[in-house]
Ligand binder design. Sequence first.
Ligand SMILES: NC(=O)c1ccc[n+]([C@@H]2O[C@H](COP(=O)([O-])OP(=O)(O)OC[C@H]3O[C@@H](n4cnc5c(N)ncnc54)[C@H](OP(=O)(O)O)[C@@H]3O)[C@@H](O)[C@H]2O)c1
Length: 475
Amino acid sequence: MVEIKEAVTVCRPIDDVFRYLSNFTNIEQWDPGVLTSVNLSDGPVQVGTSFELTLRYLFIPIHMIYTITEYEPPCRVVLKGEGDSFAVTDTIELSPNDHGTMVSYTASFAFSSLSPRLQKIIRPALSLIGKTSMAGMKKALSPIARVPQSVSLFSTGVHPVDVAADRLLIPGALGFSKWGYRLSNVFWRANAESLTRQTVVLTGATAGIGKAAALGLAQRGARLTFIARNRDKALATQKELIQKTGNKTIDFYIADLSLMADVTRVAKEILNDKPIVDVLINNAGALFSEHAETPEGLERSFAINLLGPFILTRLLLKGLESAKSPRIVNVSSGGMYTQKVHVDDMEMRCQPYDGATAYAWAKRSLVILTELWADQLKHIAVHAMHPGWVDTQGLAASLPRFHKRIRPLLRTPEQGSDTIVWLASAMEPGQCSGLFWLDRRPHLTHVFPGTRETDDERRQLWRALEEHERRYLFS
Ligand SMILES: NC(=O)c1ccc[n+]([C@@H]2O[C@H](COP(=O)([O-])OP(=O)(O)OC[C@H]3O[C@@H](n4cnc5c(N)ncnc54)[C@H](OP(=O)(O)O)[C@@H]3O)[C@@H](O)[C@H]2O)c1
């Protein structure tokens, strides 16, 4: 038996540290020796939860199964790891101190086929690995309130490498695929931020990207409020989220977000119950192949993708402005790159209907709105993002041929939702506003000639949306 002991102090509340460390999927963020960690169990992290880890040792991948054997929040968690040639017991003990939380980590190795002499020889190597891991853990749990480097260095807010990739058609498009995600996440810093005690309002949580985002937000301890149009789906989603995360602070409101009467009603209900809203995520959206109007007479793509988020956000501003460090995340689409805003015909009434174009107009406008809000709302960080190409029912239903052809390249909903959860929780996006993100990096908003709007068109867009809003708020 070889025992390695290390301790570090991190400047964070004990509950947050416990939540982060006891979920061993996070170990790949802080331990440089861990390539991947996957949770093999259903339900919240608890005694019996197992994780499959792939470790890197002298360039050789080693597979281990870790199982939680003791779970005593927020002070102690013990995991037993089993590999082919050794077993290890990791004991993590936490105690609060004047600077935050002290983390004591003990790893006891038992080797099946190593003589005591050899065990003595490898002890220093294991000790070094332990020290490196603890340094990684300390770094992951030490918040750095810094603006993303690319934002502070360049006036466009976009790194020259991303500018080049965005402008080149093939690299730009490949960036939307799962390969883009895999290439990007190699460079990410750990995001150990918790959302405990933060009220997050999310639309479109019953399927696809929104559901994966809901899971990520609930795992971070958010008080999650989602808005859904179907009560049965909402109940099933709430049950599933609580069952998977153990987070019981999840509720929902019912509204069809393409109906402005529903949007105004639900915003009032939410503000009535929750005077402070820390994060609003406008994720619900859809692409329709056929033209149709909502019962209120609005073209439905315009209604769900643009006017709904506009009115919901404006009504929830009172709650957001009461929060300490509020954020708005608008889920747009890479499809918007192909189009310029059409302020004279936002509902596509003056030309034959094309669903992809109508969708791109609305998503382009949502990005412009993000920039306008960022200028107006100095206290709120407002972000737009696009999730890449994601394998969801929404994509399969709206673009079936595209979905079938590029399916092997599509991201999972978890990959598509990563930047949403990051924008809602990480420190860096709290320090900037008005940018358009993919895979935790700001990107250009225009890559094709002729898509840039004038200042006058931006003002017209704003006025047109305000006019619609007045009709519903005061009717
Ligand atoms: N998938 C992609 O490749 C992709 C790419 C770029 C951007 N996006 C954007 O990402 C967001 C999520 O897309 P997704 O692919 O995850 O779509 P999805 O699988 O169709 O899920 C959409 C979610 O929005 C909800 N929703 C739709 N219309 C609604 C309405 N009128 N009122 C209330 N809720 C409504 C849906 O509720 P129900 O469960 O009741 O249907 C569902 O929860 C959208 O804004 C989309 O434009 C997706």
